[in-house]
Ligand binder design. Structure first.
Ligand code: FAD
Ligand code: MLT
Ligand code: ZN
Length: 455
């Protein structure tokens, strides 16, 4: 073990068992979920509460040591792993979940609580949580706020920022800001919790969050449709949005992703025929929403195949075709993942143009597209792209997105994967304003350096 006075001081503050320094203990904290991003940590600090987190950040500030906050390490843009010698601040020991406030429909959760733990906890009290995503077993409340995670229910409840009523966080100098009262209306100055949502660990370490809850709906109806292509999927999506107030999800995928999932999971495709696009739609309510969903679908032309489910087992089987895309892609190789959105009016054009562009510019790569159709959010995954082509191809795809008026990061963040392209969709004054905020809260640039802005 290399001598390190900062690690010794941190160990004294939070307990020697909670500072990981042995090379054998570090790899899980040093490589991201995709295996594309990795670097060496100086050591890993695992504080148990806000006070201990503040002590770690204060000691790091005094030593001028850079920090990488880390939750479940399921982030997909490299922002959760060290680049070279930063201290990793893991929140995984912070596990407190407060009692559900059944009058306000709120709960307070520590940053290290996983989404699945949160869901289990609030469901026992008759509530549910508005954001859901396939990484629920590992993604943490702190990480989800820091990335402003989206997922499969944004259409009805919004992204993570919309669920945050307040939070507690430690700034780079070790000072603590705390807004956990749960008062639903509070216009006393700037909305710092909203600012920290999506800040990707560059402004503060989030330690506790006050969250808005939603009703726990007892009835769900899910449909998987086979359609001619994206145009048809969008038409169905528009009809369901208009006709089904209980609509929660509209997710799209294509035949290349379906083939990967079936191969990886060892399952049969949903239909005998192959289709140009697949759409998963789900409705939820206190009463069975099947009738509402089926009536709306009956008026939709262009549906080539369909599978319908209301019971949990059959619904999960339909969802698996969509939800297992990420793991199936990862099992096939180390992907380049581009998470983009375009205005809905440009979705059809984007899907066809990006495929043409990739066929011309990266013929050896295997593109796998899927995503959240309701928000025009496509996950463009590239398998087998030669390393020396990554930057050029990324630039071309993100350039197309910008040209269509879209977003170069719809829900995963900028991380270390995309700072070079931030200026495609943010003008210099916008970037300067964001950098001024960063300097004000973290003047020494210790919080997650290299993330969002180029170093
Ligand atoms: P980490 O990966 O540990 O960190 C992510 C970022 O947040 C890093 O920049 C880190 O520094 C920062 N951070 C973490 N904790 C804190 C904290 N307490 N304070 C300050 N900064 C912090 N994302 C979506 O948006 N929608 C999806 O549908 C979705 N599906 C996914 C499915 C799979 C199978 C996987 C592997 C990932 C998916 N993701 C999705 C991406 C990922 O799960 C989310 O970005 C998630 O919010 C990250 O949470 P985490 O706890 O793993 O954060
Ligand atoms: C998803 O929607 O499943 C995710 O955001 C994960 C991914 O992009 O792979
Ligand atoms: Zn997604």
């Amino acid at each position: 073990m290399t001598p390190d006075p900062l690690a010794d001081a941190v160990a004294e503050a939070i307990g020697v068992a909670h500072v990981l320094r042995e090379p054998a203990e570090l790899p899980g904290y040093e490589t991201d979920w995709t295996r594309r991003f990795h670097g060496k940590a100086r050591f890993v600090a695992r504080p148990g509460d806000t006070g201990e987190c503040a002590a770690v950040l204060r000691l790091c500030a005094e030593a001028g040591a850079a920090i990488v906050p880390q939750g479940g390490n399921t982030g997909l843009v490299g922002g959760s792993v060290p680049r070279g010698g930063e201290v990793v601040l893991s929140t995984l020991r912070t596990q407190q979940l407060g009692a559900v406030d059944v009058i306000a429909g709120q709960v307070t959760a520590d940053a290290g609580v996983t989404l699945e733990q949160l869901q289990t906890h609030v469901r026992t009290a008759g509530f549910d949580f508005g954001v859901d995503l396939a990484a629920r077993g590992s993604a943490t409340v702190g990480g989800m706020v820091a990335t402003n995670a989206g997922g499969t229910r944004v259409l009805r409840y919004g992204s993570m920022r919309e669920q945050v009523l307040g939070l507690q966080a430690v700034l780079a100098d070790g000072s603590v800001i705390s807004r956990l009262s749960g008062v639903a209306k509070d216009n006393s100055g700037y909305d710092l919790p909203a600012l920290l949502a999506g800040s990707e660990g560059t402004l503060a370490a989030i330690t506790r969050v006050r969250l808005r809850l939603i009703p726990l709906y007892g009835a769900r109806a899910t449909v998987l449709l086979g359609l001619a292509g994206t145009r048809a999927a969008l038409d169905v999506a528009a009809a369901l949005r208009r006709r089904c107030p209980s609509l929660e999800s509209l997710e799209v995928f294509y035949r290349e992703g379906l083939a990967l999932v079936c191969h990886h999971a060892g399952i049969q495709p949903p239909f005998a025929a192959s289709h140009g696009a697949y759409l998963v739609a789900e409705c939820a309510g206190q009463r069975d929403p099947s009738e509402e969903l089926l009536a709306a679908l009956a008026d939709c032309p262009g549906i080539e195949d369909s599978a319908f489910a209301v019971d949990r087992g059959r619904r999960s089987a339909l969802w698996a075709y969509r939800e297992r895309h990420t793991e199936a892609i990862n099992a096939a190789g180390v992907p380049v993942k581009l998470d983009v959105a375009v205005p809905l009016a440009q979705v059809v054009q984007f899907e066809s143009e990006v495929r043409l562009l990739l066929a011309e510019e990266a013929p050896a790569a295997r593109p796998v597209l899927f995503g959240h159709l309701a928000e025009g959010n496509f996950h463009v995954n590239l398998l087998g792209l030669a390393e020396d082509g990554e930057e050029r191809v990324t630039g071309l795809v993100l350039g197309l997105v910008a040209q269509l008026g879209g977003s170069i990061s719809s829900e995963h963040g900028i991380g270390i994967a995309k700072p070079a392209w931030l200026s495609l969709t943010r003008v210099p004054a916008d970037i300067a304003a964001m950098q001024a905020i960063k300097r004000a809260l973290d003047p020494a640039g210790l919080m997650n350096p290299g993330v969002i802005f180029p170093k």
